[in-house]
Design a protein around this ligand. Structure first.
Ligand SMILES: [Zn+2]
Length: 267
């Protein structure tokens, strides 16, 4: 445990993250019995109220700027309870910047971790984007249903995580068309987030395959697609962080990559 905490601190330092240190529990693990309790860290102030949507034309994003060595790690769905738990723990204990794309239909899987993730969301370490409530192909739904899928999921995210998902959404399977884009834009989802790198883990994969995909795609500006659906990734977090470190990459949220405001949910 001490070894892991030391490596956590290294990554916290590398990633410039302080807020997660208090949440990691590392200090208590590292302290000898009877040693003084570490000084408490100031709590993260709550986010301001969620503002109204800002409608506009929807723009499709596949990647970010390559300068600066930044990458966006996105984590979709949440069909597997202990995969969601593993990702939430990973966020808390390492301070890695992540963007979650949960579906409200998996509220049962996400709910136990909302309390732990809220301060990370408030601190800007974790972002949540809209992946619709029930993960249907939006192209096959009537307009009113497309609207409902986006609005219902955002209401759930606001309730559980205290933040709006706007202006970012990822259509399930990456499927969208002009009609879907138009509806999304009207609702303030002016950024449809695709990806240009993936662990290819929407199905069960081997650890070797997942890491080979990570090595293939982890480059500056990548929007990396992952899933909280299969447990393979859970044993690979240390290897993934080592790869990110070796390549001098910095995980950032969508807001950080595209210079949008988490607080107001607009560009
Ligand atoms: Zn999905």
């Amino acid at each position: 445990m001490r070894h892991r905490c030391a490596s956590r601190r290294l990554f916290l330092g590398l990633l410039g993250v302080g807020a997660a240190a208090v949440l990691s529990g590392c200090a208590s693990h590292a302290s000898a019995p009877g040693s003084p309790t570490p000084a408490p860290v100031a709590p993260v102030p709550p986010l301001p109220p969620v503002p109204a949507a800002t409608p506009g034309a929807s723009k499709v994003l596949f990647s970010g700027p390559t300068e600066g060595g930044r990458i966006v790690l996105t984590v979709d769905d949440g069909t597997c309870a202990h995969c969601v738990a593993g990702y939430a723990d990973f966020a808390v204990r390492t301070g890695t910047h992540l963007t979650f794309s949960p579906n409200g239909t998996y509220a049962h899987e996400w709910q136990p971790h909302a309390e732990a993730l809220r301060p990370l969301v408030a601190a800007g370490q974790v972002q949540v984007m809209n992946h619709t409530f029930s993960h249907k192909d939006l192209r096959k739904l009537p307009a009113a249903k497309v609207r409902e899928e986006l609005e219902r999921n955002d209401e759930w995210v606001q309730q559980k995580f205290g933040i709006t998902t706007r202006p970012y959404y990822r259509p399930p399977f990456g499927f969208h068309n002009a009609t879907v884009d138009g509806i999304a834009g009207e609702l303030g989802y002016t950024r449809a987030v695709m990806w240009n790198g993936s662990y290819s883990d929407s199905e069960t994969v081997t650890p070797e395959f997942l890491m080979s995909e990570a090595r293939k795609y982890m480059k500056p500006g990548v929007i990396m697609l992952g899933h909280a659906n299969h447990p393979t990734v859970l044993g690979l977090f240390d290897q993934l962080l080592a790869l990110i470190h070796d390549r001098q990459l910095t995980p950032v949220t969508l807001d950080e990559m595209f210079d949008t405001s988490r607080a107001v949910g607009t560009v």
